[in-house]
Design a protein around this ligand. Structure first.
Ligand code: UDP
Length: 340
C-alpha cells in the first residue's frame, strides 16, 4: 500500500517513514527541504534498506499539488507533517505561518477529496490545550485561545479537517496531538536537525554538552511545581512514529468510531526541566553547564497527557523511557559531530 508522507524528511516525519517502510508500506515523500536535509533520505535507506520516492516541492504551489495527485491516484493514506513550527517566528511573521500551514492543508484536502481518497492523519499538538484546567490532559479538555499564530494554525487546522469530515462521508481523519517529541532513532542514522539556535529543550541540551552552546538557560524556577521548573510530557520520537502507523491501520481496517478522531500522544508522565537536565547528566555521565534565567513568555506551567484513550482505542502506549530518549538524542548529537 502506498502512503504519502508530507514533511517526510523532517524530525517526526523521517522516523515515521522508517516505521512505515519496516511494515512494508510503500512511502512517497513530499518535502521542500525548508527545515530538513536531503541527507535524511540516505539515513532512512541505511535503516530500512529502501529509498522512498521523493518529491521536492512546496505544498503552497497548488498546481504542483494537483499534478501530484493526478499522478498518484493509488494512495491509501496521507500523513501530513509538513508545516512551519517555530513559535517565536510565527509571532514575528504570522501571515507566513497561516500561508504555510493553512493553505497547504486546504490544497491537500481539496485534492484528496477530489480524488476520493479516504485516509488523512494530521500532526497536531498539545499546544491546543494551552494551560489546561485539569491534569493529566484528556482529549475532551477545552481548546484554549492559542498563544501564538503557530498554535492557532494547529487549532484552525483541526477545525478545517473536522468540517471536511462532516461533509465528505468517504473521508476519514485522525488528529494526533503530540506532547513533547524528543530523541532519535537508536541507529543514530536519523534524528532532529535544528536550523540555527535550537528553541527546544533537548536539542539545546545536546548541543551544550557537545560544546556548540556555552550553557543551557533554564527558563524560570519560580513556577508552582515540585522544583519550580515547568513540567512537560517528553515522548520518544520512535514511540510517536509508531503511533502514526497504528492510527493509519485503524483507518485502513475501517475501525474508526467517527470519521474525525483526536488522540493525545504522550507518555502520561510529567518531567520538570531540572529533571530532564539531571537525567541527561546521569545517562551520559557528564555535567551539563546551566543557569536559571527569567521565564519565557507563553510557557504553560505544566502539561502531560492522559493516555487512556490512545491505550483503549488505538491499543498504543509508549514503550521507551526518558532515559532511552535522552541517550538516543546524545548518540545522534555525537554522530552529527563526526559527520558535519
Ligand atoms: N526550556 C528551557 N530552556 C531552553 C528551552 C526550553 O528551560 O533553552 C524549557 C521551556 O521553558 C519549557 C520546556 O523546557 O518549560 C520545554 O520547552 P520546549 O521549547 O522544548 O517545548 P514546549 O513545551 O515549549 O513546546
Amino acid at each position: 500500500m502506498k502512503i504519502l508522507v508530507t514533511g517526510g524528511l523532517g524530525f517526526i516525519g523521517s522516523h515515521t517513514v522508517v516505521e512505515l517502510q519496516q511494515k512494508n508500506y510503500e512511502v512517497v515523500i513530499i518535502d521542500n527541504l525548508s527545515n530538513s536535509s536531503i541527507d535524511v533520505l540516505s539515513g532512512i535507506e541505511k535503516i530500512t534498506g529502501k529509498t522512498p520516492e521523493f518529491h521536492n516541492f512546496d505544498l503552497c504551489e497548488r498546481e504542483k499539488v494537483n499534478q501530484f495527485f493526478k499522478n498518484h491516484q493509488d494512495l491509501s493514506g496521507i500523513i501530513h507533517f509538513a508545516a512551519s513550527k517555530a513559535v517565536g517566528e510565527s509571532v514575528e511573521n504570522p501571515l507566513l505561518y497561516y500561508e504555510n500551514n493553512i493553505n497547504t492543508l486546504v490544497y491537500l484536502l481539496k485534492a484528496q477529496t477530489q480524488f476520493q481518497q479516504a485516509n488523512f492523519i494530521f500532526s497536531s499538538s498539545c499546544t491546543v490545550y494551552g494551560e489546561a484546567d485539569k491534569l493529566p490532559i484528556t482529549e475532551d479538555a477545552p481548546v484554549k485561545q492559542a498563544e501564538s499564530p503557530y498554535g492557532n494554525t494547529k487549532q484552525i487546522g483541526e477545525e478545517i479537517i473536522r468540517d471536511t469530515a462532516k461533509t465528505y462521508s468517504h473521508f476519514k481523519a485522525i488528529a494526533l496531538r503530540y506532547f513533547n517529541p524528543i530523541g532519535a532513532h537508536e541507529s543514530a542514522e536519523i534524528g532532529e536537525l535544528p536550523i540555527g539556535t535550537p528553541q527546544n529543550l533537548v536539542p539545546y541540551i545536546t548541543q551544550t554538552a557537545a560544546g556548540i552552546r556555552n550553557e543551557l538557560s533554564i527558563f524560570g524556577d519560580d513556577y508552582p511545581t515540585v522544583d519550580g521548573t515547568c513540567i512537560r510530557d517528553y515522548i520518544h520520537v520512535v514511540d510517536l512514529a509508531k503511533a502514526h502507523v497504528v492510527a493509519l491501520e485503524r483507518q485502513l481496517q475501517d475501525s474508526c468510531k467517527t470519521n474525525f478522531e483526536v488522540f493525545n500522544l504522550g507518555t502520561g508522565k510529567g518531567s520538570s526541566v531540572k529533571e530532564v537536565v539531571q537525567t541527561f547528566e546521569r545517562v551520559t555521565n557528564q555535567e551539563l553547564p546551566h543557569k536559571i534565567v527569567s521565564r519565557r513568555e507563553g510557557d504553560v506551567v505544566a502539561a502531560y497527557a492522559d493516555t487512556q484513550k490512545a491505550k483503549n482505542e488505538l491499543g498504543w502506549a509508549t514503550k521507551l523511557t526518558l532515559d532511552d530518549a535522552l541517550a538516543s538524542a546524545w548518540k545522534w548529537q555525537l554522530k552529527l559531530r563526526q559527520t558535519h
